[in-house]
Write a protein that binds this ligand. Structure first.
Ligand SMILES: Cc1ncc(COP(=O)(O)O)c(C=O)c1O
Length: 443
């Protein structure tokens, strides 16, 4: 716990913050998980009566779309709440999910291969479990970091192995050699990345996706493409159904893929816990003898749905599936521009980045290959002379909450800043607090 302060007169009462950090029992609050930070900030706010500028959790700060709510309400009124949903998903959702992938990615995935899950969290968990049981020699998943910390927690819960590297210094032409160095050992079953990336917001190019696909094909590895921020690379207009440019995807370059499409951020639907897991049709049909031994069936798609997802939660909330189906249909039909409704995150990022920079902070992941990083849901900052954990802990005294990069597999010191919960009415307070921090800690 930090005990030396440059200025005791911090925006939030120093004794209250110190007391709550101590009482939390977390060995290093700066390295705390998202939910640990959420908890302590709630407590400090309550004790101090002061509001934090909250940047720790990627909870959507926007209202859920009307079309989703109406779809869900109609389904509830028609009585779906009393009925178990089919494990493979309701037909309207499967149909619209397949159309959505065609319209916004220009890729053909049959509706049979589009399966609802309880958020991408469950889709990822089920995928990790599948991949851990396909081939005895391949017992490890490779994470292209920095990444979403909870996915590694899922691996730990499953007792499965993973390897990881920070991809930032191995982009473009350097990516192939780095992937080779891991994958040629023969133990890698899957490669996972998010695109756009949480937390750095870098976006893989088509060339890089081709490289990943090439390695995946060479070593028979399944690529898990986590599209939690679907179409949210706002540098391009990815919002027009059936028209290029499309969301970049590995699915164009290999048959060895699983796509995780979340409704949480792009559709502001996090509370309903519904997402789509899309499997390449070739992989869906593929047979693995190892699966038969453990689960009694050898087909990939069948086992994933009727053995794994069945055992997790017996399907995905019936009404939420109707809500998502309605949103996807409206997007596919060109009646609902879902990208437009979340573009505000990018606008916030421009303003908030400027406030951090003016106060003396640096952007950690500042470049996207040779372009400047885009503005989206997250960016990352550092402060000279401080580790990310120290920065996170010290900023608690200034009424600003975030998570350190240490938990994300980053090789760099710094913290992740999330745009979602910061309203423009808070920019002035943020500016004042950051400026004081900058003054207090710059030598
Ligand atoms: C990279 C990434 N993957 C997955 C998820 C979880 O998505 P869902 O809410 O659909 O479970 C998140 C949520 O923050 C994320 O950032």
């Amino acid at each position: 716990m930090i005990t030396d302060f440059k200025n005791q007169n911090t925006p939030i009462d120093i004794e209250i913050v110190r007391g709550k950090i101590e009482a939390s029992g977390v060995p290093s609050i700066g390295n705390g998980t998202i939910r640990e930070i959420v908890k302590i900030v709630n407590e400090i706010q309550q004790a101090s009566g002061q509001k934090f500028i909250r940047m720790e959790m990627g909870v959507p700060g926007l209202s859920p779309p009307e079309v989703g709510i109406n779809g869900e309400m109609e389904a509830l009124k028609s009585g779906v709440a009393s009925k178990y949903p089919m494990l493979e998903g309701i037909l309207p959702l499967k149909k619209e999910a397949s159309r959505f992938i065609k319209m916004f990615m220009d890729v053909d995935v049959p509706q049979e291969c589009c399966i609802p899950t309880v958020g991408s969290m469950q889709g990822g968990y089920a995928t990790f479990m599948m991949l851990g049981n396909l081939d005895e020699r391949k017992n490890t998943i490779l994470f292209l970091d920095p990444g979403f910390p909870v996915q590694k927690q899922q691996m730990n819960v499953l007792g499965q192995k993973y390897e990881a590297f920070d991809v930032y210094n191995h982009r473009g032409d350097k990516l192939e050699a780095k992937l080779e160095s891991f994958c040629s050992k023969g133990n890698i079953s899957g490669i996972l990345y998010s695109n756009p990336n949480n937390p750095s917001w870098i976006c893989f190019t088509d060339d890089e996706l081709q490289t990943i696909a090439k390695i995946a094909d060479k070593y028979d590895i399944i690529v898990i493409e986590d599209l939690a921020y679907f179409a949210m690379d706002f540098r391009k207009d990815l919002s027009m159904p059936g028209k290029p440019p499309f969301q970049a995807t590995i699915a164009r370059y290999t048959e060895n893929y699983i796509l995780l499409i979340s409704s949480s951020k792009a559709f502001s639907y996090a509370g309903q816990r519904v997402g789509i897991l899309a499997i390449s049709p070739e992989l869906y049909e593929r047979r693995y003898p190892c699966l038969k031994e453990r689960f009694g069936s050898d087909r990939f798609g069948y086992t994933l749905i009727y053995k794994i997802l069945y055992s997790f939660s017996s399907g995905t909330s019936h009404s939420a599936q109707y809500g998502l189906a309605a949103m996807l249909k409206a997007a596919n039909d060109g009646e609902f521009n879902f990208v437009e409704s979340v573009r505000v995150y990018g606008e916030r990022a421009v303003a908030i980045k400027a406030l951090f920079k003016d106060a003396g902070f640096d952007i950690v992941y500042s470049m996207d290959l040779d372009e400047e990083l885009g503005d989206g849901f997250y960016f990352t900052v550092s402060f000279t002379g401080m580790t990310g954990a120290e920065l996170v802990e010290r900023l608690l005294y200034y009424g600003i909450s975030a998570i350190a990069l240490s938990g994300t597999g980053s090789e760099r010191e710094g913290m992740r800043v999330c745009m979602s919960q910061i309203g423009s009415d808070e920019f002035d307070t943020l500016k004042v607090r950051l400026e004081q921090f900058g003054r207090d800690y710059s030598d």
